[in-house]
Design a protein around this ligand. Structure first.
Ligand SMILES: *Cc1c(COP(=O)(O)O)cnc(C)c1O
Ligand code: SF4
Length: 444
């Protein structure tokens, strides 16, 4: 029998990197040169931040229907809009409804669904596990530091939408992560001998100035017990020009790499591609630069309906990341945050896609599919639930190294369940009984 890879798996599409002047199809940018488009300053200056700008830039390419839908969506979303010209021009505006990039960064009113009854603002309980402001210490040997609360783009599905990106019509936010907190954070880490690994995230670490990046990195590297530093930024994906043309920022990063190396420590970049449509020759150029600087880069994707929840898209993403020396690290089941119900998948979908991807490339490039447990149980492999009631979309989990003795629950989106199950969820008494039953299965 002919093996399946002869027919389907290897189409080599992952070796092709889009290299046309795609931005010229946007009316406002039809005369922008490649040099301008590749300049991080140009990208920043032309970042799209309002509905008015969307209309202006797209002109006749924006249909009335999409315009109305967008306007409605912006009234409902908890996130501001902010999109680099790079991503904006990769959206297929002739089919905006179905475009995987539009789905991640621009809300349509008609696509919103009611939030799950158990969604949470701080679904990962990052604020509860925070010993000092802007620092989360949940796992024994690693901490998460959020020194900045802005990003080059805003994702509709942001886990930290409660604090990232400034207030919107529907939501008041306090901006966090100003420099005043940093000394406290450094002091805490210095005094915690067990901490070996620091994730610098946000917001997005690419928004730190070169001197801020240097200050944070060097201070942490000077702490004996800190061995590994990860710089978390989505910029490799949605703002690759940062790594190609922001020489001062790259100098700061490379400087940290050299200092780390001389101390026998590690510096890594963690980034965030979710769709193969985000990958072009610009991504490859950014990756080549980081590779030349010996900086390992890993990817964390989020599983989302209509973006990447089918095996072929996920296989393509995985292989294309690998091809540009970017290691697929995690695929997250979508967090239970507000405004995202239409994007979430069931745990079953995640399990099936994991099975379809495993074996299509090197095992060291196989992302681990995880669920970051609501309530602060941490990341768990998707197949390691204690119990899964698929009919009602309820899974029960334990997290022995994070919160021993506690049980955690994740819920599939209700709209993907059977009509009967949807009815059960609609009734509060039945709903609570289902939860109790599921918990009992694990606790007894
Ligand atoms: C995700 C996360 C980390 C890093 O976890 P890894 O599984 O090592 O990538 C650290 N702290 C917190 C609070 C996190 O959510
Ligand atoms: S880049 Fe990260 S922190 Fe920023 S909006 Fe997107 S998901 Fe949120």
């Amino acid at each position: 029998m002919k093996k399946s890879f002869d027919r389907e798996i290897i189409d080599y599409g992952h070796r092709k990197f889009r290299d046309d002047e795609f931005w010229k199809e946007i009316p406002a940018w039809k005369n922008v040169t490649e040099a301008e488009f590749g300049d991080h300053m140009w990208q920043q200056k032309n970042t799209v931040r309002s509905f008015e700008q969307v209309k202006e830039i797209l002109g006749s390419r924006l249909t009335d229907r999409v315009a109305k839908d967008l306007e409605e969506g912006l009234r409902k979303t908890p996130m501001n809009i902010r999109i680099t010209p790079y991503v904006f021009s990769l959206i297929n505006w002739e089919d905006a409804e179905n475009d995987p990039l539009r789905k991640q960064f621009l809300p349509l009113g008609t696509q919103f669904l009611e939030d799950h009854p158990f969604y949470m603002e701080d679904s990962l309980a990052e604020d509860t596990d925070s010993p000092v402001p802007t620092l989360t210490h949940r796992y024994p040997d690693k901490v998460l530091f959020l020194p900045v609360s802005v990003c080059p783009v805003y994702c509709l599905y942001c886990t930290r939408s409660r604090m990232v990106g400034g207030s919107t019509e529907g939501r008041e936010k306090t901006v966090r992560g100003n420099k005043e907190n940093w000394p406290q954070v450094f002091e805490y880490i210095k005094n915690k001998d067990q901490v070996e690994d620091v994730v610098i995230s946000g917001g997005d670490a690419s928004m730190l100035s070169p001197s801020q990046l240097k200050e944070i990195g060097e201070t942490l590297l000077d702490i004996d017990h800190v061995r590994r530093i990860r710089i978390a930024t989505k910029a490799v994906s949605i703002f690759p020009q940062k790594f190609i043309s922001d020489e001062k920022w790259m100098d700061a990063l490379i400087g940290l790499k050299q200092k780390a190396k001389s101390l026998g420590k590690m510096i890594m970049v963690h980034t965030h591609f979710s769709s193969p449509n985000e990958i072009t020759i610009w991504s490859k150029r950014a990756m080549d630069r980081l590779f030349a600087a010996d900086i390992p880069v890993r990817n964390q994707a989020v599983l989302q309906t209509g973006v990447n929840n089918d095996p072929n898209t996920m296989i393509r993403l995985t292989r294309q990341l690998g091809y540009m020396n970017l290691q697929p690290y995690y695929v997250f089941v979508h967090d239970m945050v507000p405004g995202c119900e239409h994007l979430r998948t069931t745990l079953r979908e995640a399990l099936e896609i994991e099975k379809a991807v495993r074996g299509t490339t090197g095992g060291y490039h196989m992302p681990t599919f995880v669920c970051d447990l609501p309530g602060g149980g941490g990341k768990r492999h998707i197949a390691s639930f204690e119990y899964y009631d698929e009919e009602n979309g309820i899974s029960v989990w334990k997290a022995p190294n994070v919160k021993p003795g506690e049980v955690f629950m994740y819920f599939d989106p209700i709209w993907k369940l059977s009509k009967e199950a949807q009815k059960r969820w609609a009734d509060e008494t039945t709903r609570n009984q289902m939860l109790e039953d599921a918990k009992k299965k694990v606790l007894s």
